[in-house]
Design a protein around this ligand. Structure first.
Ligand SMILES: *Cc1c(COP(=O)(O)O)cnc(C)c1O
Length: 426
């Protein structure tokens, strides 16, 4: 037996603390195994995972189909670079574009890289197709956005923690309030240099801010009207998380692109990541039709690992799971149950004031300030009671379990959550 296998949680946390950069503040739990909706710590305690790695593990931990695809491909061919073709990428690209209803995909690895790709694609389209003068293109974004951590992306964040002392910042972005159609209309009407509007259909990191049902459709129509690209960041909301294949699909529960989706708010550029691989591997994608994607020519953008054979095989399997196991429908059904039960609890609660979300992307608001540690303490108590969740923005707790959860498991989890909240009632 190696030394590592005998280490306690405390010892392992001490190692991270000493040898790792302190760019995260994790809950004090050290996980060593996962299966479906469960994870286990190194001492063997079992937990319900209510974060799902920020919605990357929608298909559940270590899904056998995804793991098998990964093992088979890892034993066959892992990386060729795009200097050569590989036999997995083309079939995956065909599958993925059909799945989401776009002409083409540009494969990347992480979410932030895919957002960067979308921004570059949008700017190039603006100069070469729309005819904006070079260096003048603007992209509209929303207050409270989260799109990743690169220097360009944090340039248009409102989160001081994410921004401060990382300047000089990238120019060319305009911020408007979220869920504000009039603000979008005003900015588009008053500036001919706008190339695109980058938006999350639900703001996950900001605290699961869920806009009006009509917001996405209004955004799409306004963007069309002003010849501005509607860029949807569905890295967190996509792949069945919100009870439809994409959050922009609205009421449609089809697990795959369908005719009906034509009537929903189809973006010009769709950004995917996280659950695109079921959490097994970093896989992201930018989808668009030919009129946009064809502005990118050889040598103008790329990534050594983007579109590698393991990523292609894993992502294809991960999407098959979403369809085969009706994860969008399950997320919709369980999400409605979750919010109705939590709403019942909240009626008589002084500690929780609100539950909001769509599908299985939900959050509760804790009755305390953003600076207080109440939400953190509740998450520590939830952990002790066998359920892992994490505060976002101080007083908000996000609840986003894997979508393979059953109804009886969810009811058990709701009981854990309500009993834990009770410990904190005044
Ligand atoms: C997680 C996330 C990203 C960034 O993805 P990374 O893989 O962490 O770079 C971008 N946008 C949204 C909406 C996200 O939730």
């Amino acid at each position: 037996m190696s030394v590592l296998e005998k280490m306690s949680s405390t010892e392992i946390m001490a190692l991270e603390n000493k040898y790792g950069a302190h760019n995260y503040h994790p809950l004090p739990v050290v996980l060593s195994r996962g299966e479906g909706v469960f994870v286990w710590d190194v001492e063997g305690k079992k937990y319900f995972d209510f974060l799902s790695a920020y919605s990357a593990v929608n298909q559940g931990h270590c899904h056998p189909k995804i793991v098998n695809a990964m093992i088979n491909q890892a034993q066959t061919l892992t990386l060729t670079s795009r200097a050569f073709y590989n036999d997995q990428l083309g079939p995956y690209e065909q599958y993925l574009t059909n799945y989401f209803g776009f002409d083409k995909v540009l494969p990347m690895n992480t979410g932030a890289e895919a957002v960067e790709t979308a921004l570059k694609l949008c700017r190039k389209w603006a100069y070469e197709v729309k005819g904006i003068q070079e260096q003048e293109a603007l992209i509209v974004v929303c207050d409270g956005n989260f799109h990743g951590r690169t220097t360009t992306i944090i340039s248009f964040s409102n989160d001081e923690n994410a921004r401060k002392n990382f300047g000089p910042y990238t120019a060319g972005f305009v911020k408007i309030p979220y869920n504000d159609v009039e603000a979008l209309q005003t900015v588009l009407a008053n500036n001919a240099n706008i190339a695109g509007f980058l938006v999350e259909p639900i703001q996950g990191e900001a605290g699961v801010f869920t806009p009006d049902d009509s917001y996405m459709m209004n955004v799409k129509n306004l963007c069309n009207q002003y010849n501005v690209l509607f860029i949807a960041d569905e890295i967190q909301t996509g792949i069945a998380r919100t009870g439809s294949l994409l959050a922009v699909c609205g009421d449609c529960t089809c697990e795959k692109h369908c005719e009906k989706q034509e009537t929903y708010a189809t973006p010009d550029i769709l950004i995917l990541g996280k659950a695109l691989s079921g959490g097994a591997y970093p896989v992201s994608a930018v989808l668009a039709n030919n009129a946009i994607m064809n502005v990118i020519k050889p040598g103008q953008h790329g990534s050594t690992f983007g579109g590698n054979p393991i990523a292609a095989a894993v992502a294809k399997a991960a999407l098959e799971v979403v369809e085969e196991e009706y994860l969008a429908q399950n997320a919709r059904f369980l999400g409605n149950l979750f919010r109705s039960k939590l709403n019942e609890y909240i009626k008589t609660s002084s500690i929780a004031t609100l539950v909001r979300g769509r599908g299985l992307l939900n959050a509760i608001v804790i009755n305390d300030t953003e600076e207080s540690d109440t939400a953190w303490n509740i998450c520590v108590a939830l952990k002790d009671n066998g359920l892992l969740a994490k505060p976002t923005h101080g007083n908000i707790i996000r609840f986003a379990p894997p979508l393979v959860m059953t109804e009886s498991q969810l009811l058990e989890c709701i009981a854990i959550i309500c009993n834990t909240l009770k410990q904190f009632e005044k």
